[in-house]
Design a protein around this ligand. Sequence first.
Ligand code: NAD
Length: 241
Amino acid sequence: MSMPDLKEIIEKSKRICFFGGAGVSTESGIPDFRSGDGIYSEEYGELSPEVILSHTFFISHPDVFYRFYREKIIYTGAKPNGAHRALAELERRGALNAVVTQNIDGLHQAAGSNNVIELHGSVYRNYCMECGRKYGLSHVMKADGVPLCENCGGLVRPDVVLYEEPLDDEVVARAVQSIQAADTLIIGGTSLVVYPAAGLIRHFCGDNLAVINKSPTYADRIATLVIHDSIAKALSNAVLP
Ligand code: NAD
């Protein structure tokens, strides 16, 4: 029997769940962490992104954190690519029930997806650590240095999960539920090395597991279909007219 192709798998699926990461947005111009030209290959003094984007570092050096964050993490001009658009189209057709993402860039919603489960939060939500007042991204971007609360002067932080911080229980529960309910799981643009997020795929018990990732992942050996290529190309060829 020959290997089914992605289009065939998608066409016979009723409840697809997509599980993705930074590789979904590289074709929108947002670098990932672990590709050759990803953020990890760049120099920021002696500090790795994992150190700068940690809770301890944020609290002790919010000025350096925010400099790095504005320079390397936020891409306000980025637009959804074919991968985001194809997933939104599958949801519109009623074939996909959820996008579970490790990304914080809001591009799935920008493409029109409604049920997006953001495991690591979103750069578009920010709040004061003292009084809880909420802020959009513009407050963070226009601040000169560290963004402070207009209300109480407290430190404003992004509603993103920093290294050392736990995932939100309710968000994880929604992700597990969507993965468990799926007949097909498509994993894409993720190195599957960031835990606990990467461990959530073990809850999948459906028929077809497709992996679309430029480099190999640990899920390749249990997948029905593995595509080591561009995710925007693979998904738009399979879904978009
Ligand atoms: P990662 O950087 O560890 O891995 C990305 C993977 O995607 C790599 O295996 C790479 O081979 C693959 N890839 C890159 N471009 C691709 C493409 N066009 N088509 C197919 N595959 C491609 O990313 P991760 O697993 O998501 O873990 C990194 C962490 O960093 C996550 O926690 C995420 O929250 C965060 N992050 C988010 C963004 C974002 O929001 N856009 C960007 C960088 C990092």
